[in-house]
Design a protein around this ligand. Structure first.
Ligand code: GLU
Length: 454
Protein backbone atom coordinates (compact mmCIF):
# COMPACT_ATOMS: atom_id res chain seq x y z
CA UNK A 1 0.00 0.00 0.00
CA UNK A 2 1.24 3.47 -0.85
CA UNK A 3 1.08 5.74 2.18
CA UNK A 4 -0.48 9.13 1.46
CA UNK A 5 2.06 11.95 1.25
CA UNK A 6 -0.36 14.47 2.74
CA UNK A 7 -2.63 12.28 4.88
CA UNK A 8 -4.81 15.00 6.42
CA UNK A 9 -5.28 16.83 3.12
CA UNK A 10 -6.05 13.62 1.26
CA UNK A 11 -8.60 12.75 3.95
CA UNK A 12 -10.38 16.10 3.57
CA UNK A 13 -10.25 15.79 -0.23
CA UNK A 14 -11.56 12.19 -0.28
CA UNK A 15 -14.29 12.94 2.25
CA UNK A 16 -15.62 15.80 0.12
CA UNK A 17 -15.31 13.92 -3.15
CA UNK A 18 -17.07 10.78 -1.90
CA UNK A 19 -20.10 12.76 -0.74
CA UNK A 20 -20.31 14.64 -4.06
CA UNK A 21 -20.05 11.43 -6.08
CA UNK A 22 -22.53 9.68 -3.84
CA UNK A 23 -25.26 12.18 -4.74
CA UNK A 24 -27.10 13.27 -7.88
CA UNK A 25 -25.03 16.47 -8.18
CA UNK A 26 -22.98 15.46 -11.24
CA UNK A 27 -26.06 14.03 -12.99
CA UNK A 28 -27.82 17.36 -12.54
CA UNK A 29 -24.80 19.63 -13.08
CA UNK A 30 -22.18 17.59 -14.98
CA UNK A 31 -19.97 20.59 -15.81
CA UNK A 32 -19.16 21.11 -12.12
CA UNK A 33 -17.24 17.82 -12.04
CA UNK A 34 -14.49 19.62 -13.96
CA UNK A 35 -13.97 21.91 -10.98
CA UNK A 36 -12.60 19.13 -8.75
CA UNK A 37 -9.01 18.89 -10.01
CA UNK A 38 -8.86 22.70 -10.20
CA UNK A 39 -10.32 23.56 -6.79
CA UNK A 40 -8.11 20.96 -5.10
CA UNK A 41 -4.86 22.73 -5.93
CA UNK A 42 -4.15 25.90 -3.93
CA UNK A 43 -3.90 29.06 -6.00
CA UNK A 44 -0.66 29.81 -4.14
CA UNK A 45 1.40 28.51 -1.21
CA UNK A 46 3.92 30.70 0.56
CA UNK A 47 6.46 28.93 2.73
CA UNK A 48 9.08 30.85 4.64
CA UNK A 49 11.78 30.85 7.28
CA UNK A 50 11.05 32.49 10.63
CA UNK A 51 14.06 33.20 12.80
CA UNK A 52 13.59 34.67 16.26
CA UNK A 53 15.58 35.14 19.42
CA UNK A 54 14.49 33.47 22.67
CA UNK A 55 14.94 34.89 26.18
CA UNK A 56 18.41 33.34 26.42
CA UNK A 57 19.53 35.18 23.30
CA UNK A 58 19.56 31.95 21.27
CA UNK A 59 18.41 32.04 17.62
CA UNK A 60 15.51 29.68 16.83
CA UNK A 61 14.21 28.71 13.40
CA UNK A 62 10.64 27.74 12.47
CA UNK A 63 8.73 27.11 9.27
CA UNK A 64 6.00 29.60 8.41
CA UNK A 65 3.26 29.07 5.82
CA UNK A 66 0.27 30.66 4.16
CA UNK A 67 -1.89 28.53 1.88
CA UNK A 68 -3.91 30.87 -0.37
CA UNK A 69 -6.33 28.22 -1.53
CA UNK A 70 -9.23 29.88 -3.31
CA UNK A 71 -10.26 33.46 -4.01
CA UNK A 72 -13.38 32.92 -6.15
CA UNK A 73 -15.74 34.33 -3.51
CA UNK A 74 -13.53 36.99 -1.94
CA UNK A 75 -10.12 37.63 -0.35
CA UNK A 76 -8.45 34.50 1.08
CA UNK A 77 -9.74 34.13 4.63
CA UNK A 78 -8.82 31.72 7.39
CA UNK A 79 -6.85 31.40 10.57
CA UNK A 80 -3.21 30.99 11.53
CA UNK A 81 -2.27 27.95 13.60
CA UNK A 82 0.84 27.94 15.80
CA UNK A 83 1.44 24.35 16.88
CA UNK A 84 4.41 21.97 16.69
CA UNK A 85 2.40 19.57 14.47
CA UNK A 86 1.84 22.19 11.75
CA UNK A 87 2.98 21.07 8.29
CA UNK A 88 1.74 21.52 4.74
CA UNK A 89 -0.65 18.56 4.89
CA UNK A 90 -2.42 20.01 7.94
CA UNK A 91 -2.59 23.52 6.49
CA UNK A 92 -3.82 22.28 3.11
CA UNK A 93 -6.60 20.27 4.77
CA UNK A 94 -7.57 23.27 6.88
CA UNK A 95 -7.43 25.61 3.89
CA UNK A 96 -9.49 23.20 1.78
CA UNK A 97 -12.20 22.90 4.46
CA UNK A 98 -12.11 26.66 4.88
CA UNK A 99 -13.05 27.29 1.21
CA UNK A 100 -16.35 25.47 1.55
CA UNK A 101 -17.02 26.59 5.12
CA UNK A 102 -16.60 30.20 4.12
CA UNK A 103 -18.97 29.67 1.19
CA UNK A 104 -21.56 28.34 3.65
CA UNK A 105 -21.50 31.60 5.64
CA UNK A 106 -23.00 33.37 2.61
CA UNK A 107 -20.36 36.13 2.93
CA UNK A 108 -17.83 37.25 0.32
CA UNK A 109 -14.76 35.42 1.61
CA UNK A 110 -12.38 33.02 -0.11
CA UNK A 111 -10.45 30.27 1.67
CA UNK A 112 -6.96 30.11 3.11
CA UNK A 113 -4.99 28.98 6.13
CA UNK A 114 -1.54 29.48 7.55
CA UNK A 115 0.66 29.18 10.57
CA UNK A 116 3.94 27.85 11.84
CA UNK A 117 5.40 24.79 13.55
CA UNK A 118 6.10 27.03 16.54
CA UNK A 119 5.05 25.79 20.00
CA UNK A 120 3.64 28.62 22.14
CA UNK A 121 3.52 26.31 25.23
CA UNK A 122 6.05 27.37 27.83
CA UNK A 123 7.08 30.52 25.94
CA UNK A 124 7.27 33.91 27.65
CA UNK A 125 5.18 36.86 26.44
CA UNK A 126 8.34 38.47 25.07
CA UNK A 127 9.16 35.33 23.08
CA UNK A 128 5.63 35.21 21.65
CA UNK A 129 5.92 38.88 20.69
CA UNK A 130 9.28 38.39 19.01
CA UNK A 131 8.01 35.32 17.17
CA UNK A 132 4.88 37.14 15.91
CA UNK A 133 6.97 40.02 14.70
CA UNK A 134 9.42 37.72 12.89
CA UNK A 135 6.55 35.74 11.35
CA UNK A 136 4.86 38.91 10.09
CA UNK A 137 8.12 40.22 8.63
CA UNK A 138 7.59 37.83 5.72
CA UNK A 139 3.80 37.33 5.82
CA UNK A 140 3.17 41.10 5.56
CA UNK A 141 4.31 41.01 1.93
CA UNK A 142 1.55 38.60 0.95
CA UNK A 143 -1.60 39.76 2.77
CA UNK A 144 -3.88 42.81 2.81
CA UNK A 145 -7.49 43.73 3.50
CA UNK A 146 -8.47 42.97 -0.13
CA UNK A 147 -6.00 40.12 -0.69
CA UNK A 148 -5.83 37.82 2.29
CA UNK A 149 -7.15 38.35 5.81
CA UNK A 150 -5.79 35.89 8.41
CA UNK A 151 -7.23 35.36 11.91
CA UNK A 152 -6.59 33.05 14.85
CA UNK A 153 -6.74 29.28 15.16
CA UNK A 154 -5.07 26.88 17.62
CA UNK A 155 -2.26 28.75 19.43
CA UNK A 156 -3.25 32.15 18.03
CA UNK A 157 -5.64 34.23 20.15
CA UNK A 158 -6.25 37.91 20.90
CA UNK A 159 -2.74 38.56 22.22
CA UNK A 160 -1.03 37.06 19.16
CA UNK A 161 -3.38 38.92 16.77
CA UNK A 162 -2.38 42.15 18.55
CA UNK A 163 1.35 41.50 18.09
CA UNK A 164 0.83 40.41 14.48
CA UNK A 165 -1.30 43.47 13.68
CA UNK A 166 1.25 45.83 15.24
CA UNK A 167 4.05 44.21 13.26
CA UNK A 168 2.05 44.45 9.98
CA UNK A 169 1.40 48.13 10.60
CA UNK A 170 5.08 48.81 11.23
CA UNK A 171 6.27 46.91 8.15
CA UNK A 172 3.65 48.25 5.73
CA UNK A 173 2.71 51.62 7.26
CA UNK A 174 -0.97 50.73 6.79
CA UNK A 175 -3.80 50.64 9.29
CA UNK A 176 -6.27 48.30 7.64
CA UNK A 177 -8.51 45.37 8.52
CA UNK A 178 -5.82 42.87 7.54
CA UNK A 179 -6.47 40.52 10.46
CA UNK A 180 -9.66 39.61 12.30
CA UNK A 181 -10.07 38.83 15.97
CA UNK A 182 -8.59 42.24 16.79
CA UNK A 183 -8.95 44.01 20.14
CA UNK A 184 -12.27 45.77 20.66
CA UNK A 185 -10.74 49.24 20.92
CA UNK A 186 -8.78 48.89 17.66
CA UNK A 187 -11.13 47.49 15.07
CA UNK A 188 -12.21 44.15 16.53
CA UNK A 189 -15.83 43.00 16.45
CA UNK A 190 -17.92 42.31 19.51
CA UNK A 191 -18.83 38.59 19.77
CA UNK A 192 -15.83 37.51 17.62
CA UNK A 193 -14.17 35.63 20.55
CA UNK A 194 -17.47 33.91 21.37
CA UNK A 195 -18.58 33.35 17.76
CA UNK A 196 -17.36 29.82 16.94
CA UNK A 197 -18.67 28.32 20.19
CA UNK A 198 -21.94 30.29 20.18
CA UNK A 199 -22.48 29.58 16.48
CA UNK A 200 -22.01 25.87 17.11
CA UNK A 201 -24.72 25.92 19.74
CA UNK A 202 -27.07 27.96 17.49
CA UNK A 203 -26.58 25.35 14.74
CA UNK A 204 -27.37 22.49 17.15
CA UNK A 205 -30.45 24.38 18.37
CA UNK A 206 -31.77 24.14 14.81
CA UNK A 207 -30.95 20.41 14.70
CA UNK A 208 -32.82 19.79 17.97
CA UNK A 209 -35.85 21.73 16.80
CA UNK A 210 -35.85 19.99 13.39
CA UNK A 211 -35.98 16.52 14.98
CA UNK A 212 -38.58 17.44 17.66
CA UNK A 213 -40.15 20.86 17.11
CA UNK A 214 -39.82 22.91 20.30
CA UNK A 215 -36.94 20.84 21.70
CA UNK A 216 -34.07 22.84 23.26
CA UNK A 217 -30.77 22.44 25.14
CA UNK A 218 -32.56 22.62 28.51
CA UNK A 219 -31.82 19.48 30.52
CA UNK A 220 -29.60 17.93 27.83
CA UNK A 221 -26.29 16.25 28.68
CA UNK A 222 -23.52 17.73 26.54
CA UNK A 223 -20.04 16.23 26.20
CA UNK A 224 -17.37 18.66 25.02
CA UNK A 225 -13.73 17.99 24.17
CA UNK A 226 -11.08 20.68 24.14
CA UNK A 227 -10.68 23.68 26.43
CA UNK A 228 -9.67 26.49 24.07
CA UNK A 229 -11.74 29.37 22.83
CA UNK A 230 -14.28 27.22 20.93
CA UNK A 231 -14.84 24.73 23.76
CA UNK A 232 -15.11 27.47 26.40
CA UNK A 233 -17.80 29.50 24.63
CA UNK A 234 -19.72 26.41 23.50
CA UNK A 235 -19.77 25.30 27.14
CA UNK A 236 -20.85 28.72 28.44
CA UNK A 237 -23.70 29.02 25.92
CA UNK A 238 -24.85 25.43 26.61
CA UNK A 239 -24.82 26.14 30.36
CA UNK A 240 -26.74 29.40 29.78
CA UNK A 241 -29.39 27.43 27.87
CA UNK A 242 -29.83 24.99 30.77
CA UNK A 243 -27.73 22.04 29.58
CA UNK A 244 -25.34 19.96 31.70
CA UNK A 245 -21.79 20.08 30.34
CA UNK A 246 -20.13 16.86 31.48
CA UNK A 247 -16.63 16.95 29.99
CA UNK A 248 -13.77 19.19 28.85
CA UNK A 249 -10.23 18.18 27.93
CA UNK A 250 -6.83 19.05 26.50
CA UNK A 251 -4.11 17.07 24.74
CA UNK A 252 -2.90 15.70 28.10
CA UNK A 253 -6.23 14.38 29.45
CA UNK A 254 -9.93 14.87 30.17
CA UNK A 255 -12.03 16.05 33.11
CA UNK A 256 -15.44 14.36 33.42
CA UNK A 257 -18.10 15.13 36.02
CA UNK A 258 -17.97 12.49 38.76
CA UNK A 259 -21.73 12.47 39.43
CA UNK A 260 -24.40 12.16 36.73
CA UNK A 261 -26.69 15.17 36.64
CA UNK A 262 -23.93 17.65 37.56
CA UNK A 263 -22.28 20.09 35.20
CA UNK A 264 -19.25 22.27 34.64
CA UNK A 265 -20.23 25.70 35.99
CA UNK A 266 -19.48 29.17 34.63
CA UNK A 267 -16.84 29.45 37.38
CA UNK A 268 -15.18 26.16 36.32
CA UNK A 269 -14.99 27.41 32.72
CA UNK A 270 -13.51 30.72 33.95
CA UNK A 271 -10.73 28.80 35.74
CA UNK A 272 -10.00 26.97 32.50
CA UNK A 273 -9.95 30.23 30.51
CA UNK A 274 -7.40 31.71 32.94
CA UNK A 275 -4.91 28.87 32.83
CA UNK A 276 -5.19 28.67 29.03
CA UNK A 277 -4.13 32.34 28.87
CA UNK A 278 -1.04 31.30 30.81
CA UNK A 279 -0.49 28.52 28.21
CA UNK A 280 -0.63 25.84 30.94
CA UNK A 281 -2.02 22.26 30.94
CA UNK A 282 -5.52 21.59 32.27
CA UNK A 283 -4.36 19.25 35.06
CA UNK A 284 -2.84 22.15 36.98
CA UNK A 285 -6.46 22.87 37.97
CA UNK A 286 -6.77 19.72 40.09
CA UNK A 287 -6.64 21.69 43.34
CA UNK A 288 -8.59 24.67 42.03
CA UNK A 289 -11.69 22.71 40.97
CA UNK A 290 -14.30 21.89 43.68
CA UNK A 291 -13.14 18.76 45.56
CA UNK A 292 -14.50 15.53 44.13
CA UNK A 293 -16.51 17.23 41.39
CA UNK A 294 -14.52 15.85 38.43
CA UNK A 295 -12.61 12.71 37.55
CA UNK A 296 -9.37 13.35 35.66
CA UNK A 297 -8.44 10.81 33.00
CA UNK A 298 -4.78 11.26 32.03
CA UNK A 299 -4.02 10.78 28.33
CA UNK A 300 -7.71 10.18 27.51
CA UNK A 301 -10.33 11.78 25.29
CA UNK A 302 -13.79 11.89 26.87
CA UNK A 303 -15.83 9.86 24.35
CA UNK A 304 -15.62 6.30 25.70
CA UNK A 305 -15.76 7.37 29.33
CA UNK A 306 -19.17 9.02 29.40
CA UNK A 307 -22.41 7.84 30.93
CA UNK A 308 -25.58 8.65 29.02
CA UNK A 309 -25.04 11.63 26.74
CA UNK A 310 -27.42 13.50 24.41
CA UNK A 311 -25.09 15.78 22.45
CA UNK A 312 -21.36 15.51 21.67
CA UNK A 313 -19.40 18.59 20.62
CA UNK A 314 -15.80 17.82 19.61
CA UNK A 315 -14.02 21.18 19.98
CA UNK A 316 -10.33 20.26 20.23
CA UNK A 317 -8.63 19.36 16.94
CA UNK A 318 -8.74 17.17 13.81
CA UNK A 319 -9.40 13.42 13.98
CA UNK A 320 -10.42 13.48 17.62
CA UNK A 321 -13.22 10.90 17.26
CA UNK A 322 -12.20 7.46 15.99
CA UNK A 323 -14.57 4.82 14.62
CA UNK A 324 -14.47 3.02 17.97
CA UNK A 325 -15.26 6.21 19.86
CA UNK A 326 -18.12 6.93 17.45
CA UNK A 327 -19.59 3.52 18.28
CA UNK A 328 -19.20 4.28 22.00
CA UNK A 329 -21.10 7.56 21.53
CA UNK A 330 -23.91 5.75 19.73
CA UNK A 331 -24.01 3.18 22.57
CA UNK A 332 -24.14 6.05 25.13
CA UNK A 333 -27.38 7.21 23.49
CA UNK A 334 -25.85 10.27 21.84
CA UNK A 335 -28.31 11.72 19.30
CA UNK A 336 -26.41 14.75 18.00
CA UNK A 337 -22.74 15.24 17.07
CA UNK A 338 -21.63 18.65 15.87
CA UNK A 339 -18.01 19.63 15.29
CA UNK A 340 -16.56 22.82 16.75
CA UNK A 341 -13.18 21.54 15.55
CA UNK A 342 -12.19 21.22 11.90
CA UNK A 343 -12.48 17.62 10.65
CA UNK A 344 -13.02 16.45 14.24
CA UNK A 345 -14.22 13.01 13.11
CA UNK A 346 -12.15 10.42 11.27
CA UNK A 347 -13.55 8.86 8.09
CA UNK A 348 -14.38 5.75 10.18
CA UNK A 349 -16.33 7.84 12.67
CA UNK A 350 -18.31 9.59 9.91
CA UNK A 351 -19.07 6.19 8.43
CA UNK A 352 -20.48 5.05 11.79
CA UNK A 353 -22.64 8.19 12.18
CA UNK A 354 -23.91 8.13 8.60
CA UNK A 355 -24.65 4.38 8.62
CA UNK A 356 -26.58 4.68 11.89
CA UNK A 357 -28.51 7.68 10.54
CA UNK A 358 -29.74 5.68 7.54
CA UNK A 359 -30.23 2.41 9.44
CA UNK A 360 -32.22 3.74 12.35
CA UNK A 361 -33.94 7.02 11.42
CA UNK A 362 -33.70 9.51 14.28
CA UNK A 363 -30.91 7.59 16.00
CA UNK A 364 -28.00 9.92 15.42
CA UNK A 365 -27.36 13.10 13.43
CA UNK A 366 -23.89 14.33 12.53
CA UNK A 367 -22.98 17.92 11.56
CA UNK A 368 -19.49 18.45 10.10
CA UNK A 369 -17.25 21.33 11.20
CA UNK A 370 -17.45 23.19 7.91
CA UNK A 371 -21.13 23.85 8.65
CA UNK A 372 -21.39 23.73 12.44
CA UNK A 373 -18.32 25.84 13.23
CA UNK A 374 -18.64 28.46 10.47
CA UNK A 375 -19.81 31.04 13.02
CA UNK A 376 -16.23 32.03 13.86
CA UNK A 377 -15.20 32.93 10.37
CA UNK A 378 -18.67 34.41 9.76
CA UNK A 379 -18.14 36.99 12.50
CA UNK A 380 -14.65 37.55 11.07
CA UNK A 381 -16.47 38.44 7.84
CA UNK A 382 -18.67 40.82 9.84
CA UNK A 383 -15.52 42.32 11.39
CA UNK A 384 -14.20 42.97 7.86
CA UNK A 385 -17.49 44.64 6.92
CA UNK A 386 -17.36 46.89 10.00
CA UNK A 387 -13.71 47.80 9.27
CA UNK A 388 -14.51 48.78 5.67
CA UNK A 389 -17.27 51.07 6.88
CA UNK A 390 -15.22 52.23 9.89
CA UNK A 391 -18.14 51.51 12.21
CA UNK A 392 -18.87 49.18 15.13
CA UNK A 393 -22.05 47.19 15.55
CA UNK A 394 -23.44 46.41 19.00
CA UNK A 395 -23.18 43.01 20.68
CA UNK A 396 -26.87 42.43 19.99
CA UNK A 397 -26.54 43.33 16.31
CA UNK A 398 -23.61 40.96 15.78
CA UNK A 399 -25.20 38.14 17.78
CA UNK A 400 -28.42 38.50 15.78
CA UNK A 401 -26.50 38.34 12.48
CA UNK A 402 -24.53 35.30 13.74
CA UNK A 403 -27.76 33.50 14.66
CA UNK A 404 -29.24 34.25 11.29
CA UNK A 405 -26.10 33.05 9.44
CA UNK A 406 -26.07 29.75 11.40
CA UNK A 407 -29.76 29.27 10.78
CA UNK A 408 -29.46 29.95 7.04
CA UNK A 409 -26.45 27.63 6.88
CA UNK A 410 -28.49 24.87 8.56
CA UNK A 411 -31.43 25.33 6.14
CA UNK A 412 -29.00 25.34 3.22
CA UNK A 413 -27.43 22.02 4.40
CA UNK A 414 -30.84 20.38 4.90
CA UNK A 415 -32.37 21.61 1.63
CA UNK A 416 -29.28 20.78 -0.43
CA UNK A 417 -29.08 17.28 1.08
CA UNK A 418 -32.71 16.68 0.15
CA UNK A 419 -32.31 18.16 -3.35
CA UNK A 420 -29.29 16.04 -4.29
CA UNK A 421 -29.90 12.93 -2.20
CA UNK A 422 -29.66 9.53 -3.83
CA UNK A 423 -30.73 7.80 -0.60
CA UNK A 424 -33.88 5.74 -0.31
CA UNK A 425 -34.62 6.47 3.33
CA UNK A 426 -37.17 8.31 5.41
CA UNK A 427 -34.40 9.26 7.84
CA UNK A 428 -32.91 12.66 8.53
CA UNK A 429 -31.08 14.38 5.64
CA UNK A 430 -27.30 13.98 5.61
CA UNK A 431 -25.79 17.24 6.87
CA UNK A 432 -22.33 16.17 5.73
CA UNK A 433 -23.58 15.75 2.16
CA UNK A 434 -25.64 18.93 2.37
CA UNK A 435 -22.70 20.99 3.65
CA UNK A 436 -20.21 19.59 1.13
CA UNK A 437 -22.52 19.96 -1.85
CA UNK A 438 -23.83 23.43 -0.95
CA UNK A 439 -20.32 24.77 -0.28
CA UNK A 440 -18.84 23.14 -3.38
CA UNK A 441 -21.61 24.29 -5.76
CA UNK A 442 -21.29 27.91 -4.68
CA UNK A 443 -17.50 27.96 -5.15
CA UNK A 444 -17.48 25.88 -8.35
CA UNK A 445 -20.15 28.02 -10.03
CA UNK A 446 -18.19 31.18 -9.19
CA UNK A 447 -15.03 29.56 -10.63
CA UNK A 448 -16.92 28.64 -13.80
CA UNK A 449 -18.17 32.22 -14.19
CA UNK A 450 -14.62 33.50 -13.67
CA UNK A 451 -13.07 31.15 -16.21
CA UNK A 452 -11.06 29.04 -13.73
CA UNK A 453 -12.35 26.02 -15.68
CA UNK A 454 -14.68 25.79 -18.66
N1 GLU B 1 -9.73 29.46 12.52
C1 GLU B 1 -11.14 29.68 12.41
C2 GLU B 1 -11.75 28.63 11.51
O1 GLU B 1 -11.28 27.52 11.49
C3 GLU B 1 -11.49 31.10 12.07
C4 GLU B 1 -10.94 31.63 10.79
C5 GLU B 1 -11.22 33.12 10.58
O2 GLU B 1 -11.90 33.75 11.38
O3 GLU B 1 -10.74 33.62 9.57
O4 GLU B 1 -12.75 28.83 10.86
Amino acid sequence: MVLPVEPEFEQAYTELLLTLENSTLFDKKPVLKKAIPVVSVPERIIQFRVTWEDDDGVINVNRGYRVQFNSALGPYKGGLRFHPTVNLSILKFLGYEQIFKNALTGLSIGGGKGGADFDPKGKSDAEIRRFCSAFMRELSRHIGENTDVPAGDIGVGGREIGYLFGAYKRYRNLWEGVLTGKGLSWGGSLIRPEATGYGLIYYVERMLDYVSPGDTFAGKTVAISGSGNVAQFAALKAIELGAQVVSMSDSKGAYIVATPGTSFSVADVALIANIKLERKELFVLDDAFPTGKFTYLPGARPWIHLGKVDIALPCATQNEISGEEALALVAAGCKFIAEGSNMGSTMDAIEVFETERVKAPGSIWYAPGKAANCGGVAVSGLEMAQNSHRINWTKEQVDEKLKSIMSTCFDNCVNTAIEYSSEKTDGLPSLVKGANIAGFVKVAEAMLDQGDFY
